[in-house]
Design a protein around this ligand. Structure first.
Ligand SMILES: [Fe+2]
Length: 243
């Protein structure tokens, strides 16, 4: 890991009819900022950058579903900044860019004095990534508060989602999660807390995980997702013969 002095603040906007969170990552010293998954209302994003006295230096995409990228074109018509996306995601063809900047797993991108790490987290889409600047993880539709992203799109892969969440679980417990949608009862949480209440982090059996994500969730959970518990998940696993 490069030598780093992370002094990054996250400012979050709630925009659009699908409860999207649009996050600004702002370096406190230089006031340079990235916006993650700009959608729905480019003016609201520009206004917030103004309020923060921040200077937009790039657009990070976690993935390319329309509710995460619908303001990219409008923003680029006002500010010419690079757009970062994984090549796997770009190949899906959901967004067309003149000159995308491809990000790869474990790459570090400078934001003022901070270093933002790209973590590939295929699952919701095969090219999904998270952006990590300690202690903040911007996790798109990979992880929600007490939930995780759908894996039943043509571009999804539930096996990869399992692997991605196992990897996220290795980050420090004091990591603060910043999700792509407001689907939980609170807007953010620590990874340590989510390991106690998020069914997808509680489940430790891959087959049960896949069945729960692909088939069973709807029987037990609805938005806003309530916290779960290891006891509840064990009961469900028993009911479906995974224990
Ligand atoms: Fe999505």
């Amino acid at each position: 890991m490069p030598k780093t002095k992370n002094i990054c603040t996250i400012k979050t906007l709630s925009l659009g009819p699908m409860d999207n969170f649009i996050h600004l990552m702002i370096d406190e010293e230089s006031r340079e900022a990235f916006v993650v998954d700009p959608a729905w209302d480019s003016q609201a994003i520009l206004d917030e950058l103004d309020n923060q006295g921040a200077n937009l230096v790039g657009i990070f995409l976690t993935h390319s579903h329309a509710d995460h990228v619908s303001a990219v074109k409008d923003l680029l018509s006002v500010v010419q900044v690079p757009v970062y996306i994984s090549q796997e995601e770009y190949r899906l063809g959901y967004i067309k860019l003149d000159n995308p900047t491809f990000v790869t797993d474990n790459q570090y991108l400078p934001l003022g004095e901070s270093q933002v790490q790209v973590i590939a987290t295929a699952g919701h889409t095969i090219g999904s990534v998270c952006y990590y600047v300690t202690p903040h993880l911007i996790c798109g539709d990979t992880l929600f508060i007490d939930g995780c992203g759908r894996c039943n799109f043509a571009e999804s892969d539930v096996d990869e989602m399992w692997e991605s969440l196992q990897r996220i679980k290795t980050l420090p417990d004091d990591t603060i999660l910043h999700c792509g949608h407001h689907y939980g009862q609170k807007k953010t949480d620590s990874l340590g807390n989510q390991k106690q209440t998020n069914p997808y982090l509680l489940i430790d059996n891959k087959d049960f995980f896949i069945d729960f994500r692909m088939n069973l969730q709807g029987q037990y959970r609805s938005i806003p997702f309530a916290p779960s518990s290891s006891v509840e998940m064990r009961e469900i696993a028993k009911e479906h013969n995974y224990i």
